[in-house]
Design a protein around this ligand. Structure first.
Ligand code: NDP
Length: 331
């Protein structure tokens, strides 16, 4: 039998946490033959709710769940973890300045970085979900210098999956037949969902998505804004945020990273830029990646047209500004 994998979820008593932990305990994230031990962290005001989640995990009698640590102690939470899903963060409340939210999150991610660096298992894989996700991940990387930068990522898979979903609805094809969209840049409204390399599986073989849509303008306009603003549309409809799809895509992110992407398929992940596609090095930026043997690699050599270039640059610009703002909060 396989040894259990320890998975940390921060902010575990929150909305996304509540949707995510049962998925992990059922094997959705790491495979249906992989036992797990859940480490759930939250802050003291949420301790009672967190304990309630633990009680439900016990009651669900998940066969793969070999233990639950529910704690408000960051060291206890981080000790020995192999995977860390960072969902806890300070939400932007009405009337708060961007800088105030940034400052709160910078201090959270700075302290959690140190705890992970000292106490997590070697080669722990980290995905940051809490917003501003890319910049929180960058702070985590900066303050955990002994964790290899390739192990620190942020979630843009939800945006990626939203793009697949929109194409599937529009072209009336199965979502499983659509692949290779790309989310470039920030997990924010400046992200660029790019369909120039996306394909659809048809009885006559794989076809470019652009060939199959009657109205090409849709891809350059409404498609992009729908994906960018999908989170807000769900809040409007549900009066709550998109926790189910966020949790599901966090599982997809880790599963593909650990178990690999299928041959010929790439996914989007926020990773530390090495300057590929002339994106400034030193930002956490969403790129198309393939994964093998537990490591991601940026897909190289894709053509970038003028329309796309502007959008890649605009979202990089926003990330550079966020980075500067985050650093100004440190001093
Ligand atoms: P959610 O579980 O709904 O969201 C958690 C974080 O994920 C937020 O930063 C949210 O961003 C972000 N996020 C990213 N993608 C999505 C998406 N598609 N849909 C929704 N959210 C997304 O928030 P809750 O308030 O329910 O839970 C947060 C938990 O974190 C609470 O249990 C709280 O106690 C804890 N917390 C921990 C702190 C710490 O560790 N020090 C500090 C503060 C809170 P956005 O804000 O933009 O919606």
């Amino acid at each position: 039998a396989k040894e259990p994998v320890r998975v940390l979820v921060t902010g575990a008593a929150g909305q996304i946490g509540y949707a995510l932990v049962p998925m992990i305990a059922r094997g959705v994230m790491l495979g249906h033959d992989q036992p797990v031990i859940l480490h759930m962290l939250d802050i003291p005001p949420a301790a009672e709710a967190l304990n309630g989640v633990k009680m439900e995990l016990v009651d669900a009698a998940f066969p793969l769940l070999k233990g639950v640590v529910a704690t408000t102690d960051v060291v206890e939470a981080c000790t020995g973890v192999n995977v860390a899903v960072m969902v806890g963060g300070f939400p932007r409340k009405e009337g708060m300045e961007r800088k105030d939210v940034m400052s709160k999150n910078v201090s959270i991610y700075k302290s959690q970085a140190s705890a992970l660096e000292k106490h997590a298992a070697a080669n722990c894989k980290v995905v940051v979900v809490a917003n501003p996700a890319n910049t929180n991940a960058l702070i985590l990387k900066e303050f955990a210098p002994s964790i290899p930068e390739k192990n620190i990522t942020c979630l843009t898979r939800l945006d990626h999956n939203r793009a697949l979903g929109q194409i599937s609805e529009r072209l009336n094809v199965q979502v499983s037949d659509v692949k290779n969209v790309i989310i470039w840049g920030n997990h924010s409204s400046t992200q660029y969902p790019d369909v120039n390399h996306a394909t659809i599986k048809t009885p006559a073989g794989e076809k470019p998505a652009r060939e199959l849509v009657a109205d090409d303008a849709w891809f350059n306009g409404e498609f992009i804004t729908t994906v960018q603003q999908r989170g807000a549309a769900i809040i409007k409809a549900r009066k709550l945020s998109s926790a189910l799809s966020a949790a599901s895509s966090a599982c997809d992110h880790i599963r593909d990273w650990v178990l690999g992407t299928p041959e010929g398929t790439w996914v989007s992940m926020g990773v530390y830029s090495d300057g590929s596609y002339n994106v400034p090095a030193g930002l956490i930026y969403s790129f198309p990646v393939t994964c093998q043997n537990g490591e991601w690699k940026i897909v190289q050599g894709l053509s970038i047209d003028e329309f796309s270039r502007k959008k890649l640059d605009a979202t990089a610009e926003e990330l550079s500004e966020e980075k500067a703002l985050a650093y100004s909060c440190l001093s």
